[in-house]
Every structure is written in structure tokens, then in C-alpha cells.
Design a protein around this ligand. Structure first.
Ligand code: ADP
Ligand code: MG
Length: 679
């Protein structure tokens, strides 16, 4: 057995863990011994010092050594059992709720000397310890510092410590994977030593080489895999796509604006990829409204000219429709464009599927139904995925494989994230970034307003509507419960309806797709002026006529989220407004955050500031998305370690192509399964 294999064993192999206990751990998503290592002590209780009864401090957790004198086991239900104890300096009672006589007699036999540890109480002029945490005739097993871990019901501190003692005792020595250069930076601390330090109760909240090394291990394992996937994809030799710029010129004539510099650069980069004999695996990143769609459609036209098919996958049906109608506007009549969604009727679907396999369709636009098993492309040359930043590395790889060897992949994302995050989440891809927005964009004026001034806001909305503009009204997130949010949006909707009559629509999470689409379409067609909604205003939909967004209870949102919401407006060339409403005056910190938003329209900057203030954990819902997140590493706090890892990966690949030296690391950090897929 390789010595690291101990760490990958199931927790039920640990001495002292039975089925009950392992169930509790599994609930905390801890399944292997390795998983156990990342829940670190939050606090520690020092039980080292033995004190005499006359020195006890009420309310503190203390350890005493006493003689067991007498029992009192009342026959009346609900009265606790008592054990009278003393030392040379005084008396104390141990009180037991829910413990049997037999058990008490066994752990505290009369006339014996026992070490007891627990919280000291005082009642009726007597010291007492209720349900002592530790009781033992061997004082050494208690006189130590105990770690407090995050517990769940049924998982006591005592049990947790027993488990961790056992595990830490057995942590294997692993062959070092890092180079000497790297190790030097962490003062040569080994992985094993670092783990032991991480769990040492004296190190709670401490930073140091032990922590940095473990963070670095985590980052580098993730980067190594990303880079490996990227190489594996590039290794596939594809047919070069052959096209000239005639399609580009034709399309350019059809839209009434100049491309921005960044758009031009992105198009160039994509063209190069398409024409090369390596598979493209590219991320097109750009803030909301930066104009990614047009870039992807130009790429599509080129791919079609070169004789291949394209499929464009949007996250929602309405967005797919929007792309579809834009493609119809821009492309030549001889290009066959089809749309496929879950709503496409049976016969139509059948025709599409057959035409697709016979190469009669040039571009298929739709939702995730584009990738069902049944659907076979005759000659797919490009997959475009819009707004799917919540696609993990593995899923992207699968998609690329499904496309076949000649299929390039372009992923578009409007999630502005710092470079360290891009390296992590999209490290398997090349990136093009659109930073500057189209010139005709006016800045969105951002204001904050107290909720008590709602009348002013209504007046403002009336004015906008009278000028033929449209309005989003985002309702407060009241708490985590969808039900309450729903109620609040219904209430707001009814209120606004009294003022604006049937020109208001309501969107909330419990509507089905059909109803949702209906409302969005009537908004697009200007049948209604206001959409009241909970946070879910579809990402990416273009409503050029909407120029105002009201966001209630704005302090419940993160800055990046507010920025994304704000990006729903300001897409046409009108003056646009974002009004943030607050229940009460803002705290200093909240003011700081809001000012960032008011003064900046650069989503990248906003997300970076946001992360500095809030940490990266819950930013933009990456956590829920199932994208492998780090246990220790933080892309903002540990930026320097991310940069170090980026450099080191390049060096590693020069000296150890197959990553042999890093196999243990990769296996432990749950990445090797991806490796198996690609090598
Ligand atoms: P996103 O990057 O958020 O997907 P879109 O591609 O939906 O943005 O573009 C937003 C709007 O900007 C669309 O109405 C589009 O026609 C317009 N647009 C795109 N590029 C330009 C440009 N260079 N100049 C002016 N308007 C543009
Ligand atoms: Mg878009």
C-alpha cells in the first residue's frame, strides 16, 4: 500500500468511528480521512491545569482531581442524579441529567480519586459541574489542550477529539512533491508537519509556513490539472478552418456601429485559433453589455464559410430567441439558421435533427437541449456557450469531446472576476477580454435613496415612462426563504399596479418558463412599462429600451450582484439610471461599498473591491455551482501564492511532463480522476 492511501480511506475505517458517527461526518460532507483534515479547530480549551476546589472560578471550564464520596439517585423522574465529591480544600457536586445509575457508578466509583473537567457552576452556595465533559481515573488523558471543532448534534467535542487524535497519530510521511526552490519559501516544512501544525490547538487563527504550504499545495494541484487539460485539448490536431474576411465585411455593414478595439482584438484572436490546427478552447470575457454576442456571431459566420456547422447554447430560451433573431438579421439568406429549445414541437424537432446530421443546418441556436444524446451534428466546427460561467472544468472538457476533433470551443462569460479567479476557474482555457464598452454608452447614473422617500422614486418612474422609457423594479431580498421574497414582490406589484394599472408585470421564481417568457416578451414589445421582479432578471437579455432600474433593500446584495443588475439597463443610447433603495441610513462600511459602485463602472474593479470587503466565498454563487472551490486558498488574500503557483506550473511542465512527481498530490486533492480521463 502506498502510504498516501491511508488518507483516501473511508472514515468508517478509523478506529472509534461507528456507523452512527460516520453518518454525522458524512452530513458535513466528510467522507474520507483526507476530508477530515480540512475542518480545523476553531477554538481550544486548556484543561492542563489542575486546580483545587477553593481556587475554582465560576463560569470557567476547569479541571479538578477529587475523591468520590456519595451518590444521590432520586427516584423522582426529571430530577438529576448527583455525585458528591471533595478534595482537601472543599466540596463540589457533579450533576447528571439523562445518565443511568450504572454508568455513573462505573465512571465515578465511590472512594476513588478521579479527574473531572467541565464548566464550573455555583448554586445554593455550592460548587457544581453539570454533565462534566471529561471524567477519568487517569489524569493525563484529560490534562491537555483540547480542540473545539465545528460540531453537529450528536457529534461531541470529546468524540471529535478522539477521532482526530487517532487520525493525526497516523498521518503518513509522504514523499515530497515540491522542488527545493519552493520548499525553501516555506522553510522546508513537510506536508505532514504542516497538517499537524494546522490542527495544533495552539495555532488557532495563526498564519505561517504551515498554512502557506498547504494553501500552495491546493492551488498548484488545481493549476496542474487545468494546464494538463489545456495541453490535452491542444494536442488534438484539427482541420484548419479556411475563410477570408468577406463575411466579416458583410456583417459589419449590417450593424450600425463601429466595433470597439477590444472586440476587434478578440475577433482576431478567435480567427487565429480557428485557422490553426490546434483546437480552440477560449474564454471570451467581458462585462455585461460589452458586446460579446456580435463577436461570437462573426466567428460563427467564418466557421460556416469554411464549411462547418456551429451551435450556440444560451442559458435561457428567451436569450436563445434573441440570439436567433440577431443572427437572422446579420447573416446571409443562404445560411440556414434554426432554433431548438425544449418547446420546439415534435415534428419540427425531428426535421431539425435529421437536417442537422445531413449538414443542411449551418447554425443551431438553443438551450442545453443542443447537447442531448439524440442530437448528432454532421460536421460541427464550433460550439459557443453563452453566459455559462457556472460550467466546471470537467463539463467543459466533456463538451469539447462531444464536439469531436474538429470542433472549436468558445465560452462567453460576463462575470468579471480577478485574474487569480480566472486562472483557477478558467485555467484550462485561453482568454480574450473585452474591457472597454461601446462608445455610445452613457454612464449609468447611480443614486441611493432611503425607503421613506419612495414617493420621489415613483415620481421619477412616472417621468421616465412618460418619456417612453422602461423600468425594472427589483424587490427586496428579505431573507433566504423564497416564499417571503415572493410575497414581498407580489405586494410591491399590487402597489405599483394601483398607480400604473396594467402596464406592470411581475416576474418571480415560482412562475414556470412559459409564463416568464410571456412577461419578458411583452416587456420587449413595450406592452408593459415596468417589470417587478425578485433578483432573477435573466442574465444577458438585451432590453435596449429599459433605462431605469430600482433596487430595493440594496444592502442585501453584494457589489458584483448590484453591478450585474445595473447592467440590465444602459444598453441603448439613452441616459440610464440605477436607484438603490435602503431601509435606513447606511453604515460607514456600507457607504464605502456603495461609493465604489457609484464611482466605477468597471466590473472587474468592482468585483475585486467586493472581494476585499467580503471575501470570495459567496461571490456570484460560485459555491453553489459545484465548481471545485478551495478549502483553504483565497484568491484575494493569497494572491501572491496564486502568482507563485502560476510560475511554478510552467517550470514543472518543463521538467516533469507527465507530472509523475505530483501524482500523490493530485490523487489526494481529488483531481486524479480528471487526469485519468485525459491521459
Ligand atoms: P454582452 O456582452 O453583455 O452579451 P451584447 O452582446 O448583448 O452584450 O451587447 C449589448 C448591446 O450592445 C447590444 O444591443 C449590441 O447590439 C450592442 N453593441 C455591441 N457592440 C457594440 C459596439 N461596438 N457599439 C455599439 N453598440 C454595440
Ligand atoms: Mg450576452
Amino acid at each position: 500500500m502506498n502510504n498516501y492511501e491511508y488518507l483516501l480511506k473511508d472514515i468508517n475505517t478509523i478506529k472509534g468511528i461507528g456507523p452512527k458517527l460516520s453518518k454525522l461526518f458524512r452530513k458535513k460532507n466528510i467522507n474520507t480521512i483526507f476530508d477530515l483534515l480540512w475542518s480545523t479547530p476553531r477554538d481550544a480549551t486548556d484543561r492542563t491545569n489542575l486546580v483545587k476546589i477553593n481556587e475554582l472560578q465560576i463560569g470557567k471550564t476547569q479541571t479538578i482531581c477529587v475523591d468520590i464520596i456519595k451518590y444521590n439517585f432520586p427516584r423522582i423522574r426529571n430530577l438529576p442524579n448527583r455525585v458528591y465529591c471533595e478534595d482537601e480544600t472543599g466540596k463540589i457536586e457533579c450533576i447528571f441529567f439523562n445518565s443511568y445509575e450504572g454508568y455513573i457508578k462505573k465512571i465515578l466509583p465511590i472512594n476513588s480519586r478521579i479527574t473531572i473537567s467541565g464548566k464550573i457552576g455555583y448554586y445554593n452556595k455550592k460548587y457544581q459541574i453539570t454533565n462534566p465533559t471529561y471524567v477519568s481515573s487517569k489524569s493525563d488523558s484529560i490534562k491537555r489542550v483540547f480542540s473545539s471543532y465545528s460540531l453537529t448534534k450528536g457529534l461531541t467535542e470529546k468524540k471529535y477529539n478522539i477521532v482526530m487524535d487517532e487520525v493525526l497519530k497516523n498521518i503518513p510521511d509522504l514523499n515530497e512533491w515540491h522542488s527545493d526552490d519552493i520548499l525553501k519559501k516555506f522553510n522546508y516544512i513537510s506536508w505532514k508537519k504542516a497538517i499537524l501544525e494546522l490542527h495544533n490547538p495552539n495555532n488557532i487563527n495563526k498564519k505561517g509556513n504551515f498554512l502557506n504550504r498547504l494553501i500552495f499545495d491546493e492551488i498548484i494541484s488545481s493549476f496542474l490539472i487545468n494546464s494538463k487539460i489545456r495541453k490535452a485539448i491542444k494536442k488534438v490536431k484539427k482541420t484548419r478552418k479556411k475563410f477570408d474576411n468577406s463575411e466579416f465585411i458583410k456583417i459589419k455593414k449590417k450593424f450600425g456601429f463601429e466595433l470597439t478595439n477590444d472586440q476587434e482584438v478578440a475577433i482576431d484572436q478567435i480567427n487565429k485559433d480557428l485557422k490553426s490546427n490546434q483546437k480552440m478552447f477560449r474564454l471570451l470575457q467581458g462585462d455585461v453589455g460589452s458586446g460579446k454576442t456580435i463577436v461570437s456571431l462573426i466567428a460563427s459566420a467564418n466557421v460556416i464559410q469554411s464549411g462547418f456547422q456551429v451551435c450556440l447554447m444560451a442559458p435561457t430560451e428567451i436569450l436563445a430567441r434573441q440570439h436567433f433573431s440577431l443572427a437572422n438579421k446579420l447573416f446571409d439568406k443562404n445560411i440556414n439558421i434554426k432554433i431548438l429549445t425544449s418547446k420546439t414541437e415534435y415534428n419540427e424537432r425531428k426535421t431539425i435533427i435529421s437536417d442537422l446530421s445531413n449538414n443542411k443546418i449551418n447554425i443551431l441556436i438553443g438551450t442545453h437541449s443542443l447537447f442531448q444524446e439524440k442530437i448528432k451534428y454532421g460536421n460541427l466546427g464550433l460550439i459557443i456557450i453563452d453566459e455559462q460561467h457556472k460550467f466546471g472544468v470537467k463539463q467543459r472538457k466533456k463538451l469539447s469531446d462531444k464536439g469531436g476533433k474538429d470542433c472549436d470551443v468558445l465560452v462567453m462569460s460576463a462575470t468579471p472576476i480577478p485574474r487569480t479567479m480566472i486562472m483557477t476557474i478558467f485555467g484550462d482555457m485561453d482568454t480574450s477580454i473585452i474591457k472597454n464598452k461601446p462608445k455610445n454608452r452613457k454612464e449609468i447614473k447611480t443614486y441611493s435613496k432611503l425607503e421613506s422617500k419612495k414617493e420621489d422614486v415613483i415620481k421619477f418612474v412616472k417621468k421616465q415612462i412618460s418619456q417612453k422609457n422602461q423600468v425594472f423594479w427589483v424587490c427586496p431580498l428579505i431573507d433566504e426563504s423564497k416564499k417571503v421574497d415572493h410575497q414581498s414582490s407580489v405586494k410591491r406589484y399590487e402597489g405599483l399596479k394601483e398607480i400604473f394599472k396594467n402596464r406592470v408585470g411581475l416576474l418571480h421564481g415560482s412562475l414556470d418558463k412559459e409564463e416568464k417568457n410571456k412577461i419578458l416578451i411583452s416587456f420587449l414589445n413595450k406592452k408593459i412599462d415596468i417589470i417587478v421582479s425578485t433578483t432573477v432578471i435573466e442574465v444577458g437579455i438585451d432590453f435596449p429600451n429599459a433605462n431605469t432600474i430600482i433596487i430595493e433593500n440594496a444592502n442585501k446584495f453584494g457589489l458584483s450582484q448590484l453591478h450585474q443588475l445595473r447592467g440590465r439597463v444602459g444598453r441603448g443610447d439613452k441616459e440610464s439610471y440605477c436607484i438603490l433603495m435602503f431601509k435606513s441610513n447606511l453604515s460607514q462600511n456600507a457607504k464605502k461599498r456603495i461609493n465604489i459602485l457609484k464611482n466605477t463602472t468597471d466590473g472587474f474593479k468592482i468585483s475585486e473591491e467586493d472581494m476585499k470587503l467580503r471575501g470570495y466565498g459567496d461571490l456570484l454563487g460560485f459555491k453553489q455551482s459545484g465548481i471545485q472551490s478551495f478549502r483553504l486558498a483565497d484568491p484575494v488574500l493569497n494572491e501572491n501564492l496564486f502568482l507563485l503557483a502560476e510560475k511554478e506550473v510552467k517550470k514543472i511542465e518543463l521538467r516533469d511532463q507527465n507530472l509523475n512527481e505530483y501524482m500523490t498530490l493530485l490523487k489526494l486533492y481529488d483531481r486524479a480522476d480528471i487526469l485519468n480521463d485525459i491521459v
